[in-house]
Design a binder for this molecule. Sequence first.
Ligand code: HEC
Length: 172
Amino acid sequence: MNTIRIAIVITCAMILSGCRVSQPGRIESEMAKDVKHKITVGGKNTPNPIPATPENLADGQKHFGHHCGICHGLDGEATGVPFAQKMAPPIPSLSSSDVQEYKDGQLKWIIENGINPSGMPSWKGILDDEEMWKIVNFMRHLPPKGSLGIAEVYKKEQEEHEHMHMHEKDSK
Ligand code: HEC
Protein backbone atom coordinates (compact mmCIF):
# COMPACT_ATOMS: atom_id res chain seq x y z
CA MET A 1 0.00 0.00 0.00
CA ASN A 2 2.70 2.41 1.06
CA THR A 3 4.79 1.41 -1.93
CA ILE A 4 1.89 2.07 -4.29
CA ARG A 5 1.38 5.51 -2.80
CA ILE A 6 5.07 6.38 -3.21
CA ALA A 7 4.94 5.15 -6.81
CA ILE A 8 1.93 7.34 -7.57
CA VAL A 9 3.54 10.40 -6.02
CA ILE A 10 6.73 9.84 -7.97
CA THR A 11 4.88 9.26 -11.24
CA CYS A 12 2.97 12.53 -10.75
CA ALA A 13 6.15 14.37 -9.87
CA MET A 14 7.83 13.01 -13.00
CA ILE A 15 4.98 14.14 -15.22
CA LEU A 16 4.98 17.57 -13.60
CA SER A 17 8.72 18.07 -13.78
CA GLY A 18 8.64 16.83 -17.39
CA CYS A 19 6.36 19.78 -18.27
CA ARG A 20 8.69 22.27 -16.69
CA VAL A 21 11.69 22.06 -18.95
CA SER A 22 14.05 23.83 -16.53
CA GLN A 23 16.89 21.99 -14.76
CA PRO A 24 15.91 18.34 -15.13
CA GLY A 25 19.29 16.78 -14.31
CA ARG A 26 19.56 17.03 -10.57
CA ILE A 27 15.88 16.54 -9.85
CA GLU A 28 15.67 13.54 -12.13
CA SER A 29 18.71 11.84 -10.68
CA GLU A 30 17.56 12.52 -7.11
CA MET A 31 14.23 10.99 -8.03
CA ALA A 32 15.82 8.00 -9.74
CA LYS A 33 17.82 7.42 -6.57
CA ASP A 34 14.66 7.63 -4.48
CA VAL A 35 12.84 5.14 -6.69
CA LYS A 36 15.78 2.74 -6.42
CA HIS A 37 16.16 3.04 -2.67
CA LYS A 38 12.45 2.83 -1.86
CA ILE A 39 10.91 0.66 -4.58
CA THR A 40 13.10 -1.14 -7.09
CA VAL A 41 15.70 -2.61 -4.76
CA GLY A 42 14.10 -5.28 -2.58
CA GLY A 43 15.33 -7.13 0.47
CA LYS A 44 14.93 -4.19 2.83
CA ASN A 45 13.67 -6.29 5.73
CA THR A 46 16.00 -9.25 5.36
CA PRO A 47 18.71 -9.13 8.04
CA ASN A 48 22.25 -10.34 7.36
CA PRO A 49 22.47 -13.83 8.92
CA ILE A 50 26.27 -13.90 8.68
CA PRO A 51 28.16 -12.10 11.49
CA ALA A 52 31.00 -9.76 10.49
CA THR A 53 33.75 -11.79 12.17
CA PRO A 54 37.36 -11.30 10.97
CA GLU A 55 37.19 -14.65 9.12
CA ASN A 56 33.94 -13.78 7.36
CA LEU A 57 35.27 -10.34 6.41
CA ALA A 58 38.42 -11.95 4.99
CA ASP A 59 36.24 -14.34 2.98
CA GLY A 60 34.08 -11.43 1.82
CA GLN A 61 37.14 -9.48 0.74
CA LYS A 62 38.41 -12.50 -1.21
CA HIS A 63 35.08 -13.00 -3.03
CA PHE A 64 34.79 -9.28 -3.67
CA GLY A 65 38.29 -9.12 -5.17
CA HIS A 66 37.50 -12.12 -7.33
CA HIS A 67 34.07 -11.13 -8.66
CA CYS A 68 33.65 -7.39 -8.19
CA GLY A 69 37.22 -6.05 -8.30
CA ILE A 70 37.33 -5.93 -12.08
CA CYS A 71 34.82 -3.05 -11.99
CA HIS A 72 34.77 -1.79 -8.39
CA GLY A 73 38.51 -2.17 -7.65
CA LEU A 74 39.76 -4.27 -4.73
CA ASP A 75 38.75 -1.46 -2.35
CA GLY A 76 35.23 -0.71 -3.69
CA GLU A 77 36.51 2.65 -4.95
CA ALA A 78 37.28 1.53 -8.49
CA THR A 79 41.00 2.08 -7.82
CA GLY A 80 42.97 1.21 -10.96
CA VAL A 81 39.86 0.45 -13.05
CA PRO A 82 40.53 2.28 -16.31
CA PHE A 83 36.92 2.51 -17.58
CA ALA A 84 35.24 3.34 -14.24
CA GLN A 85 34.24 6.87 -15.21
CA LYS A 86 33.56 6.02 -18.84
CA MET A 87 30.66 3.73 -18.08
CA ALA A 88 27.14 5.15 -18.09
CA PRO A 89 26.25 5.23 -15.26
CA PRO A 90 29.84 5.38 -13.94
CA ILE A 91 31.05 2.92 -11.30
CA PRO A 92 29.97 4.38 -7.95
CA SER A 93 32.13 4.51 -4.84
CA LEU A 94 30.78 1.76 -2.61
CA SER A 95 31.71 3.72 0.53
CA SER A 96 29.57 6.67 -0.61
CA SER A 97 26.53 7.52 1.48
CA ASP A 98 24.26 6.69 -1.51
CA VAL A 99 25.41 3.07 -1.33
CA GLN A 100 25.88 2.83 2.44
CA GLU A 101 22.30 4.06 2.98
CA TYR A 102 21.02 0.74 1.62
CA LYS A 103 20.06 -1.87 4.20
CA ASP A 104 22.16 -5.09 4.27
CA GLY A 105 19.30 -7.00 2.63
CA GLN A 106 19.18 -4.47 -0.20
CA LEU A 107 22.92 -4.78 -0.86
CA LYS A 108 22.46 -8.55 -1.03
CA TRP A 109 19.50 -8.01 -3.37
CA ILE A 110 21.67 -5.82 -5.65
CA ILE A 111 24.34 -8.54 -5.84
CA GLU A 112 21.72 -11.21 -6.51
CA ASN A 113 19.70 -9.30 -9.11
CA GLY A 114 22.05 -6.70 -10.52
CA ILE A 115 20.88 -3.24 -11.51
CA ASN A 116 18.98 -3.19 -14.76
CA PRO A 117 19.65 -1.47 -17.13
CA SER A 118 23.27 -0.74 -16.30
CA GLY A 119 26.62 -2.49 -16.20
CA MET A 120 25.99 -3.98 -12.75
CA PRO A 121 25.51 -7.73 -13.40
CA SER A 122 23.42 -10.29 -11.49
CA TRP A 123 25.26 -13.01 -9.56
CA LYS A 124 22.37 -15.42 -9.17
CA GLY A 125 23.70 -18.95 -9.64
CA ILE A 126 27.31 -17.74 -9.53
CA LEU A 127 27.63 -16.83 -5.85
CA ASP A 128 25.71 -18.65 -3.10
CA ASP A 129 23.77 -16.82 -0.37
CA GLU A 130 26.55 -17.13 2.19
CA GLU A 131 29.13 -15.67 -0.20
CA MET A 132 26.82 -12.76 -1.02
CA TRP A 133 26.23 -11.96 2.66
CA LYS A 134 29.96 -12.08 3.34
CA ILE A 135 30.51 -9.60 0.51
CA VAL A 136 27.86 -7.37 2.12
CA ASN A 137 29.85 -7.55 5.37
CA PHE A 138 32.99 -6.55 3.50
CA MET A 139 31.18 -3.62 1.85
CA ARG A 140 30.38 -2.36 5.37
CA HIS A 141 34.06 -2.52 6.33
CA LEU A 142 35.78 -1.20 3.23
CA PRO A 143 39.49 -0.41 3.62
CA PRO A 144 40.87 3.10 2.88
CA LYS A 145 40.84 4.05 -0.79
CA GLY A 146 43.84 2.67 -2.67
CA SER A 147 45.11 0.63 0.27
CA LEU A 148 44.69 -2.74 -1.47
CA GLY A 149 46.51 -1.79 -4.67
CA ILE A 150 45.02 -2.57 -8.07
CA ALA A 151 43.50 -5.77 -9.43
CA GLU A 152 45.86 -8.31 -10.96
CA VAL A 153 44.37 -7.98 -14.48
CA TYR A 154 45.12 -4.27 -14.61
CA LYS A 155 48.60 -4.73 -13.18
CA LYS A 156 49.50 -6.89 -16.18
CA GLU A 157 47.94 -4.39 -18.52
CA GLN A 158 49.92 -1.58 -16.94
CA GLU A 159 53.17 -3.53 -17.21
CA GLU A 160 52.51 -4.31 -20.86
CA HIS A 161 51.85 -0.64 -21.44
CA GLU A 162 55.11 0.33 -19.83
CA HIS A 163 56.86 -2.39 -21.81
CA MET A 164 55.40 -1.04 -25.05
CA HIS A 165 56.51 2.47 -24.20
CA MET A 166 60.02 1.19 -23.50
CA HIS A 167 60.06 -0.40 -26.95
CA GLU A 168 58.84 2.80 -28.51
CA LYS A 169 61.76 4.59 -26.92
CA ASP A 170 64.18 1.85 -28.05
CA SER A 171 63.12 2.11 -31.67
CA LYS A 172 63.53 5.87 -31.76
C1 HEC B 1 31.00 -5.34 -15.09
C2 HEC B 1 31.23 -4.38 -14.06
C3 HEC B 1 30.69 -4.65 -12.67
C4 HEC B 1 30.91 -5.75 -11.87
C5 HEC B 1 31.73 -6.98 -12.20
C6 HEC B 1 30.24 -5.49 -10.62
N1 HEC B 1 29.62 -4.26 -10.66
FE1 HEC B 1 28.59 -3.35 -9.13
N2 HEC B 1 28.16 -1.80 -10.37
C7 HEC B 1 28.58 -1.64 -11.67
C8 HEC B 1 28.01 -0.43 -12.23
C9 HEC B 1 28.21 0.11 -13.64
C10 HEC B 1 27.21 0.14 -11.19
C11 HEC B 1 26.35 1.40 -11.28
C12 HEC B 1 24.92 0.95 -11.50
C13 HEC B 1 23.90 2.05 -11.39
O1 HEC B 1 24.15 3.05 -10.72
O2 HEC B 1 22.84 1.85 -11.97
C14 HEC B 1 27.35 -0.75 -10.04
C15 HEC B 1 26.72 -0.52 -8.83
C16 HEC B 1 26.90 -1.28 -7.71
C17 HEC B 1 26.32 -0.98 -6.42
C18 HEC B 1 25.50 0.26 -6.07
C19 HEC B 1 24.11 0.19 -6.60
C20 HEC B 1 23.33 1.47 -6.38
O3 HEC B 1 22.11 1.41 -6.57
O4 HEC B 1 23.89 2.50 -6.03
C21 HEC B 1 26.70 -1.99 -5.56
C22 HEC B 1 26.34 -2.11 -4.09
C23 HEC B 1 27.50 -2.90 -6.33
N3 HEC B 1 27.60 -2.45 -7.63
C24 HEC B 1 28.09 -4.04 -5.81
C25 HEC B 1 28.79 -4.98 -6.58
C26 HEC B 1 29.30 -6.23 -6.05
C27 HEC B 1 29.22 -6.65 -4.60
C28 HEC B 1 29.86 -6.89 -7.10
C29 HEC B 1 30.47 -8.27 -7.09
C30 HEC B 1 29.66 -9.34 -6.59
C31 HEC B 1 29.74 -6.04 -8.27
N4 HEC B 1 29.07 -4.89 -7.91
C32 HEC B 1 30.24 -6.35 -9.53
C33 HEC B 1 29.43 -2.50 -12.35
C34 HEC B 1 29.88 -3.73 -11.90
